[in-house]
Design a protein around this ligand. Structure first.
Ligand SMILES: C[C@@]1(CC(=O)O)C2=NC(=C\c3[nH]c(c(CCC(=O)O)c3CC(=O)O)Cc3[nH]c(c(CC(=O)O)c3CCC(=O)O)/C=C3\N/C(=C\2)[C@@H](CCC(=O)O)[C@]3(C)CC(=O)O)/[C@H]1CCC(=O)O
Ligand SMILES: NC(=O)c1ccc[n+]([C@@H]2O[C@H](COP(=O)([O-])OP(=O)(O)OC[C@H]3O[C@@H](n4cnc5c(N)ncnc54)[C@H](O)[C@@H]3O)[C@@H](O)[C@H]2O)c1
Length: 219
Protein backbone atom coordinates (compact mmCIF):
# COMPACT_ATOMS: atom_id res chain seq x y z
CA UNK A 1 0.00 0.00 0.00
CA UNK A 2 1.29 3.45 -0.85
CA UNK A 3 1.26 5.48 2.35
CA UNK A 4 1.34 9.27 2.63
CA UNK A 5 4.85 10.43 1.63
CA UNK A 6 5.98 6.96 0.59
CA UNK A 7 7.88 6.49 -2.64
CA UNK A 8 10.92 8.76 -2.32
CA UNK A 9 14.51 7.63 -2.95
CA UNK A 10 17.63 9.81 -2.59
CA UNK A 11 19.81 10.00 -5.72
CA UNK A 12 23.00 11.84 -6.78
CA UNK A 13 22.20 13.59 -10.03
CA UNK A 14 24.91 15.02 -12.30
CA UNK A 15 23.69 18.54 -13.17
CA UNK A 16 26.92 19.94 -14.60
CA UNK A 17 26.20 21.89 -17.77
CA UNK A 18 22.53 20.86 -17.73
CA UNK A 19 19.70 23.38 -18.01
CA UNK A 20 17.94 23.68 -14.64
CA UNK A 21 15.12 26.20 -14.34
CA UNK A 22 14.18 28.11 -11.18
CA UNK A 23 10.89 30.03 -11.35
CA UNK A 24 10.96 32.83 -8.78
CA UNK A 25 13.77 35.06 -7.52
CA UNK A 26 13.20 35.34 -3.75
CA UNK A 27 14.87 33.89 -0.67
CA UNK A 28 13.78 30.30 -1.26
CA UNK A 29 14.61 30.43 -4.99
CA UNK A 30 18.06 31.71 -4.01
CA UNK A 31 18.66 28.62 -1.85
CA UNK A 32 17.65 26.27 -4.66
CA UNK A 33 19.74 28.23 -7.22
CA UNK A 34 22.77 28.20 -4.89
CA UNK A 35 22.98 24.42 -4.88
CA UNK A 36 22.61 24.34 -8.67
CA UNK A 37 25.40 26.92 -9.07
CA UNK A 38 27.58 24.82 -6.77
CA UNK A 39 26.92 21.83 -9.06
CA UNK A 40 27.93 23.93 -12.15
CA UNK A 41 24.48 23.56 -13.71
CA UNK A 42 23.28 25.83 -16.51
CA UNK A 43 20.93 27.77 -14.21
CA UNK A 44 18.05 29.78 -15.70
CA UNK A 45 16.04 31.95 -13.30
CA UNK A 46 12.67 33.25 -14.47
CA UNK A 47 11.36 36.05 -12.26
CA UNK A 48 10.54 39.76 -12.43
CA UNK A 49 12.80 40.30 -9.37
CA UNK A 50 16.05 38.82 -7.99
CA UNK A 51 17.61 38.83 -4.51
CA UNK A 52 20.84 40.82 -4.15
CA UNK A 53 22.93 37.62 -4.18
CA UNK A 54 21.23 36.29 -7.29
CA UNK A 55 21.72 39.64 -9.04
CA UNK A 56 25.46 39.30 -8.28
CA UNK A 57 25.50 35.74 -9.64
CA UNK A 58 23.81 37.01 -12.77
CA UNK A 59 26.43 39.77 -13.19
CA UNK A 60 29.16 37.17 -12.70
CA UNK A 61 27.63 34.92 -15.37
CA UNK A 62 26.81 32.12 -12.89
CA UNK A 63 23.09 32.19 -13.71
CA UNK A 64 20.95 33.41 -16.61
CA UNK A 65 18.04 35.70 -15.78
CA UNK A 66 14.79 35.92 -17.71
CA UNK A 67 13.40 39.13 -16.18
CA UNK A 68 9.66 38.58 -16.44
CA UNK A 69 6.89 36.44 -14.95
CA UNK A 70 6.76 32.74 -15.88
CA UNK A 71 5.00 31.92 -19.17
CA UNK A 72 3.78 28.57 -20.43
CA UNK A 73 6.56 27.16 -22.66
CA UNK A 74 9.48 28.32 -20.45
CA UNK A 75 10.33 24.86 -19.18
CA UNK A 76 11.36 23.09 -22.41
CA UNK A 77 14.59 21.05 -22.36
CA UNK A 78 15.14 21.35 -18.60
CA UNK A 79 16.67 18.55 -16.54
CA UNK A 80 15.08 19.87 -13.34
CA UNK A 81 12.55 22.56 -12.48
CA UNK A 82 11.99 24.45 -9.21
CA UNK A 83 8.72 26.34 -8.74
CA UNK A 84 9.80 28.81 -6.06
CA UNK A 85 7.47 31.77 -6.39
CA UNK A 86 5.32 32.99 -3.51
CA UNK A 87 2.19 32.28 -5.56
CA UNK A 88 0.58 28.88 -5.05
CA UNK A 89 -1.29 29.36 -8.33
CA UNK A 90 1.83 30.15 -10.43
CA UNK A 91 3.69 27.24 -8.82
CA UNK A 92 0.75 25.00 -9.74
CA UNK A 93 0.94 26.14 -13.39
CA UNK A 94 4.66 25.31 -13.38
CA UNK A 95 3.87 21.86 -11.93
CA UNK A 96 1.33 21.30 -14.69
CA UNK A 97 3.71 22.17 -17.54
CA UNK A 98 6.48 20.06 -15.92
CA UNK A 99 4.09 17.10 -15.75
CA UNK A 100 3.25 17.49 -19.45
CA UNK A 101 6.97 17.48 -20.26
CA UNK A 102 7.65 14.68 -17.74
CA UNK A 103 10.42 16.72 -16.11
CA UNK A 104 11.06 16.37 -12.35
CA UNK A 105 9.72 19.40 -10.47
CA UNK A 106 10.11 20.76 -6.95
CA UNK A 107 7.24 22.88 -5.62
CA UNK A 108 8.29 24.97 -2.62
CA UNK A 109 4.79 25.82 -1.48
CA UNK A 110 3.33 22.34 -1.50
CA UNK A 111 5.39 19.19 -1.63
CA UNK A 112 2.51 16.99 -2.81
CA UNK A 113 2.26 18.91 -6.10
CA UNK A 114 5.92 18.29 -6.96
CA UNK A 115 7.77 15.12 -7.90
CA UNK A 116 10.93 15.68 -5.85
CA UNK A 117 12.03 17.67 -2.81
CA UNK A 118 15.31 19.18 -1.68
CA UNK A 119 17.23 17.73 1.24
CA UNK A 120 19.39 19.76 3.62
CA UNK A 121 22.95 19.34 2.35
CA UNK A 122 26.47 19.57 3.75
CA UNK A 123 29.63 19.15 1.69
CA UNK A 124 33.18 18.29 2.65
CA UNK A 125 35.01 18.05 -0.63
CA UNK A 126 33.72 14.92 -2.32
CA UNK A 127 31.73 13.90 0.75
CA UNK A 128 28.10 15.00 0.49
CA UNK A 129 25.66 14.33 3.31
CA UNK A 130 22.00 15.01 2.56
CA UNK A 131 19.28 14.95 5.21
CA UNK A 132 15.57 14.76 4.54
CA UNK A 133 12.57 14.41 6.82
CA UNK A 134 10.42 13.80 3.71
CA UNK A 135 8.57 17.04 4.40
CA UNK A 136 7.79 16.27 8.04
CA UNK A 137 9.99 19.07 9.37
CA UNK A 138 12.31 21.03 7.06
CA UNK A 139 13.66 23.05 10.01
CA UNK A 140 14.52 19.79 11.79
CA UNK A 141 16.40 18.57 8.69
CA UNK A 142 18.42 21.79 8.85
CA UNK A 143 19.11 21.24 12.57
CA UNK A 144 20.29 17.66 11.97
CA UNK A 145 22.53 18.96 9.17
CA UNK A 146 24.09 21.41 11.66
CA UNK A 147 24.78 18.55 14.07
CA UNK A 148 26.43 16.53 11.29
CA UNK A 149 28.59 19.53 10.36
CA UNK A 150 30.14 19.33 13.84
CA UNK A 151 30.70 15.62 13.57
CA UNK A 152 32.13 15.66 10.03
CA UNK A 153 34.73 18.41 9.95
CA UNK A 154 37.04 19.84 7.27
CA UNK A 155 39.35 16.82 7.59
CA UNK A 156 36.91 14.93 5.35
CA UNK A 157 37.90 17.14 2.39
CA UNK A 158 41.47 15.85 2.46
CA UNK A 159 40.30 12.37 3.38
CA UNK A 160 37.97 12.01 0.38
CA UNK A 161 40.62 13.50 -1.92
CA UNK A 162 43.07 10.90 -0.60
CA UNK A 163 40.57 8.07 -1.13
CA UNK A 164 39.92 9.33 -4.64
CA UNK A 165 43.66 9.25 -5.47
CA UNK A 166 44.08 5.74 -4.05
CA UNK A 167 41.05 4.54 -5.98
CA UNK A 168 42.30 6.10 -9.24
CA UNK A 169 45.72 4.41 -8.90
CA UNK A 170 44.15 1.06 -7.89
CA UNK A 171 41.77 1.23 -10.86
CA UNK A 172 44.58 1.93 -13.32
CA UNK A 173 47.10 -0.59 -11.90
CA UNK A 174 44.98 -3.50 -10.66
CA UNK A 175 42.74 -5.24 -13.17
CA UNK A 176 41.65 -8.27 -11.11
CA UNK A 177 38.25 -7.32 -9.54
CA UNK A 178 38.79 -9.41 -6.39
CA UNK A 179 42.19 -7.81 -5.68
CA UNK A 180 40.75 -4.37 -6.42
CA UNK A 181 37.91 -4.96 -4.02
CA UNK A 182 40.30 -6.07 -1.23
CA UNK A 183 42.47 -2.99 -1.74
CA UNK A 184 39.58 -0.52 -1.83
CA UNK A 185 38.12 -2.03 1.32
CA UNK A 186 41.52 -1.75 3.01
CA UNK A 187 41.76 1.91 1.91
CA UNK A 188 38.36 2.68 3.44
CA UNK A 189 39.39 1.36 6.85
CA UNK A 190 42.86 2.96 7.05
CA UNK A 191 43.37 5.32 9.96
CA UNK A 192 44.05 8.42 7.88
CA UNK A 193 41.53 10.76 9.51
CA UNK A 194 43.39 10.96 12.80
CA UNK A 195 46.66 11.89 11.15
CA UNK A 196 44.87 14.55 9.08
CA UNK A 197 43.32 15.92 12.30
CA UNK A 198 46.73 15.88 14.02
CA UNK A 199 48.27 17.74 11.08
CA UNK A 200 50.78 14.91 10.57
CA UNK A 201 49.36 13.56 7.33
CA UNK A 202 51.67 13.62 4.30
CA UNK A 203 50.28 13.19 0.80
CA UNK A 204 51.35 9.90 -0.74
CA UNK A 205 53.10 10.05 -4.08
CA UNK A 206 51.95 7.64 -6.81
CA UNK A 207 55.04 5.52 -6.00
CA UNK A 208 54.00 5.34 -2.33
CA UNK A 209 50.49 4.30 -3.32
CA UNK A 210 51.95 1.61 -5.58
CA UNK A 211 54.14 0.25 -2.77
CA UNK A 212 51.10 0.29 -0.45
CA UNK A 213 49.28 -1.79 -3.09
CA UNK A 214 52.11 -4.34 -3.21
CA UNK A 215 52.36 -4.48 0.59
CA UNK A 216 48.58 -4.79 1.11
CA UNK A 217 48.27 -7.51 -1.54
CA UNK A 218 50.99 -9.49 0.20
CA UNK A 219 49.17 -9.46 3.55
C1 LIG B 1 15.86 21.31 3.82
C2 LIG B 1 15.53 22.53 2.97
C3 LIG B 1 16.32 22.42 1.68
C4 LIG B 1 16.19 23.57 0.72
O1 LIG B 1 15.17 24.24 0.63
O2 LIG B 1 17.19 23.78 0.02
C5 LIG B 1 14.02 22.55 2.78
N1 LIG B 1 13.45 23.51 3.49
C6 LIG B 1 14.38 24.22 4.17
C7 LIG B 1 14.09 25.18 5.15
C8 LIG B 1 12.81 25.59 5.63
N2 LIG B 1 11.66 25.43 4.95
C9 LIG B 1 10.61 25.97 5.70
C10 LIG B 1 11.16 26.53 6.88
C11 LIG B 1 10.36 27.27 7.98
C12 LIG B 1 9.94 26.32 9.08
C13 LIG B 1 8.82 25.34 8.70
O3 LIG B 1 7.79 25.79 8.19
O4 LIG B 1 8.98 24.13 8.98
C14 LIG B 1 12.53 26.25 6.84
C15 LIG B 1 13.58 26.57 7.89
C16 LIG B 1 14.42 27.75 7.54
O5 LIG B 1 14.21 28.42 6.51
O6 LIG B 1 15.29 28.01 8.35
C17 LIG B 1 9.17 26.06 5.35
C18 LIG B 1 8.61 25.15 4.34
N3 LIG B 1 9.25 24.22 3.62
C19 LIG B 1 8.35 23.59 2.81
C20 LIG B 1 7.09 24.20 2.95
C21 LIG B 1 5.85 23.85 2.13
C22 LIG B 1 5.33 22.46 2.40
O7 LIG B 1 5.54 21.92 3.51
O8 LIG B 1 4.70 21.91 1.51
C23 LIG B 1 7.24 25.17 3.96
C24 LIG B 1 6.18 26.04 4.58
C25 LIG B 1 6.09 27.36 3.84
C26 LIG B 1 5.02 28.24 4.41
O9 LIG B 1 4.13 27.76 5.11
O10 LIG B 1 5.10 29.44 4.11
C27 LIG B 1 8.63 22.51 1.93
C28 LIG B 1 9.84 21.88 1.75
N4 LIG B 1 11.04 22.27 2.26
C29 LIG B 1 11.97 21.37 1.94
C30 LIG B 1 13.34 21.55 2.05
C31 LIG B 1 11.36 20.13 1.40
C32 LIG B 1 11.23 19.08 2.56
C33 LIG B 1 12.59 18.71 3.14
C34 LIG B 1 12.53 17.85 4.35
O11 LIG B 1 11.52 17.69 5.00
O12 LIG B 1 13.60 17.30 4.67
C35 LIG B 1 10.00 20.64 0.92
C36 LIG B 1 8.84 19.66 1.10
C37 LIG B 1 10.00 20.97 -0.57
C38 LIG B 1 11.24 21.67 -1.02
O13 LIG B 1 11.31 22.90 -0.89
O14 LIG B 1 12.13 20.97 -1.54
C39 LIG B 1 15.75 23.88 3.72
C40 LIG B 1 16.85 23.88 4.82
C41 LIG B 1 18.16 24.15 4.14
C42 LIG B 1 19.29 24.19 5.09
O15 LIG B 1 19.88 23.16 5.40
O16 LIG B 1 19.69 25.31 5.51
N1 LIG C 1 10.23 25.04 0.48
C1 LIG C 1 10.83 25.78 1.35
O1 LIG C 1 11.91 25.45 1.78
C2 LIG C 1 10.18 27.03 1.86
C3 LIG C 1 10.73 27.73 2.92
C4 LIG C 1 10.14 28.95 3.32
C5 LIG C 1 9.04 29.40 2.60
N2 LIG C 1 8.53 28.68 1.58
C6 LIG C 1 7.42 29.15 0.72
O2 LIG C 1 8.07 29.56 -0.50
C7 LIG C 1 7.46 30.73 -1.05
C8 LIG C 1 8.53 31.65 -1.58
O3 LIG C 1 9.25 32.17 -0.49
P1 LIG C 1 10.29 33.37 -0.65
O4 LIG C 1 10.71 33.74 0.72
O5 LIG C 1 11.34 33.03 -1.64
O6 LIG C 1 9.32 34.51 -1.24
P2 LIG C 1 9.70 35.94 -1.83
O7 LIG C 1 8.49 36.79 -1.69
O8 LIG C 1 11.01 36.40 -1.27
O9 LIG C 1 9.98 35.66 -3.39
C9 LIG C 1 8.98 35.35 -4.31
C10 LIG C 1 9.60 35.49 -5.69
O10 LIG C 1 8.70 34.99 -6.67
C11 LIG C 1 8.72 35.89 -7.76
N3 LIG C 1 7.47 35.78 -8.55
C12 LIG C 1 6.22 36.16 -8.20
N4 LIG C 1 5.36 35.89 -9.20
C13 LIG C 1 6.07 35.32 -10.20
C14 LIG C 1 5.76 34.83 -11.50
N5 LIG C 1 4.51 34.88 -11.98
N6 LIG C 1 6.74 34.31 -12.25
C15 LIG C 1 8.00 34.26 -11.79
N7 LIG C 1 8.38 34.71 -10.56
C16 LIG C 1 7.42 35.24 -9.80
C17 LIG C 1 8.89 37.26 -7.13
O11 LIG C 1 9.34 38.21 -8.08
C18 LIG C 1 9.95 36.92 -6.08
O12 LIG C 1 11.24 36.96 -6.65
C19 LIG C 1 6.63 31.32 0.09
O13 LIG C 1 5.30 31.46 -0.41
C20 LIG C 1 6.67 30.34 1.23
O14 LIG C 1 5.38 29.88 1.55
C21 LIG C 1 9.07 27.53 1.18
Amino acid sequence: MRGLLAGYIPIMLDCEGKRCVVVGGGKVAERKAASLVEAKADVVVISPTLTTSMAQWQEAGLIKWIARPYEYGDLQEALLIYAATNSVEINRQVAKEAAELRIPVNIVTSQEEGTFMSPSVMRRGKLIIAVSTTGAGPAAAKEIRHQLEHEFGDEYEKYTEFLYRIRSVVQSKVSDPVRRHTLLKAAATMDILNSIRAGSFDWWSDEEIESWIIQTQGE
